[in-house]
Design a protein around this ligand. Structure first.
Ligand code: C2O
Length: 398
């Protein structure tokens, strides 16, 4: 998969920012759901008599909320970073129409007067508990918005600015760096479609979250996660599109982004298999299909480390993505990105995804699923490095 956008096919035709999902209530013998929304009401899914086993072994709610000090079962392995960031070039790999790339393909980091130093993890940081986006209190939403507003207020060339943070994704995913550190300057560095996917995005969120906390002077600040594996979270969290007090459109909302698919704003129900064509399913069937997809990606198809994480990147061999990366993760990107933009900006293309605050809240859920997969079967579900170490020990003992 060269880019997210290469997976899309047909384009929805809605043009106005209006909810596309009608007020409806629906039920089946297994399931009773109200998909309820009106212009003056926050859209919500109302679940009644839902068989909790349908919620994927308790994947919903606060179970598995990730935090940064209690990561005993969720360690990442190190990623080789580019040796020389001054060799960074324009990032246009996988950008179909670079001349109309509204976010720009100049994604290299700002020059630094000092020599970069390896980062050392702090011995202790305050506990951060990531909350589910659909359960945030108004105070938490206000805090999150204030943090993003502060990030957007930094000058563009500040390393912590919204623009520089957005560029990181573009640089590591659209070919700004080569693999010269591995002796292969002819190959581009790409952090998707392999086992690099989970750890790369974990460190990306780690620093993003710390920056946001610092900007609002709250060392406990944690990113919300978009809980799209849970029926109550299967729509874009309303906070991203709401009007600020007294405003008549969402443009003054710091977490609003103008490049989203207007056909998929709340209360549209997310399609976790979306590849550009609307499923046409009613809300109950869509939710049920989504739960089945999640079960497949977390359980029935994720029966080995390689299946869940993807294969390790090896030069000259095409690596394969894991179940979550290629499945629900990619579907959410394509579902949120605007199909009318030349490169499906923002979420529908790697180069632009980091400019929409939804990206980080989406990936906070991806990160959480990593932890949950391991907890589902702690004896069998291992990180790639743990698995390789075990293999080596077994070989030595033989
Ligand atoms: Cu780096 Cu969701 O992609």
């Amino acid at each position: 998969m060269a880019s997210l956008s290469s997976l899309s096919s047909t384009l929805p035709t809605t043009t106005s920012r209006q909810p596309s999902f009608p007020k409806s209530a629906c039920s089946s013998p297994r399931f009773k759901v109200s998909c309820n929304a009106s212009a003056d009401e926050t859209p919500k899914l109302i679940l009644q008599n839902v068989d909790r086993r349908n919620m994927l072994l308790g994947l919903g709610g606060l179970y598995g909320a990730a935090n940064l000090t209690n990561i005993g079962s969720a360690l990442a392995y190190p990623i080789t970073a580019p040796d020389d960031i001054s060799s960074c070039v324009a990032a246009d790999t996988g950008v179909q129409d670079p001349n109309n790339a509204v976010r720009g393909v100049a994604c290299c980091p700002p020059a630094s007067a000092s020599t970069p130093k390896p980062y050392v993890l702090p011995q202790f940081t305050d506990l951060r508990i990531r909350p589910a986006a659909q359960r945030l209190t108004p105070d938490y939403v206000a805090k999150y918005k204030a943090a993003i507003a502060a990030m957007k207020a930094l000058p563009d060339d500040h390393p912590h600015s919204w623009k520089q943070q957005g560029k990181i994704h573009c640089a590591y995913c659209n070919g700004a760096y080569s693999q010269e550190m591995n002796g292969r300057p002819d190959l581009k560095l790409q952090v998707h479609n392999s086992s690099l996917f989970f750890p790369f995005h974990r460190w990306y969120l780690y620093f993003y979250e710390r920056i946001l906390g610092k900007l609002i002077d709250d060392p406990t600040f944690a990113l919300p996660y978009w809980n799209w594996d849970n029926p109550t979270g299967m729509m874009l969290p309303a906070m991203f599109e709401e009007n600020e007090a007294g405003a008549t459109n969402p443009r003054s909302n710091p977490i609003f982004d103008p490049y989203r698919n207007v056909a998929h704003l709340p209360p549209a129900i997310l399609d976790l298999q979306f590849r550009g064509t609307e499923s046409g399913l009613n809300c109950v069937d869509q939710i049920s299909t989504n739960l089945s997809s999640m079960y497949g990606q977390m359980v029935t198809s994720a029966t080995s480390t390689e299946a869940f994480f993807g294969s390790d990147p090896v030069p000259d061999v095409r690596s394969t993505p894991g179940t979550i990366e290629s499945g629900s993760h990619t579907a959410v990107h394509i579902w949120v990105g605007n199909p009318r933009m030349p490169n499906r900006e923002d979420l529908g293309n790697f180069y632009s995804a980091g400019y929409d605050p939804v990206f980080y809240v989406h990936h906070a859920n991806v990160d959480r699923l990593w932890k949950i997969w391991k907890d589902l079967n702690p004896f069998a579900n291992k990180d790639p490095i743990t698995e390789r170490l075990v293999e080596r020990i077994v070989r030595v003992l033989r």
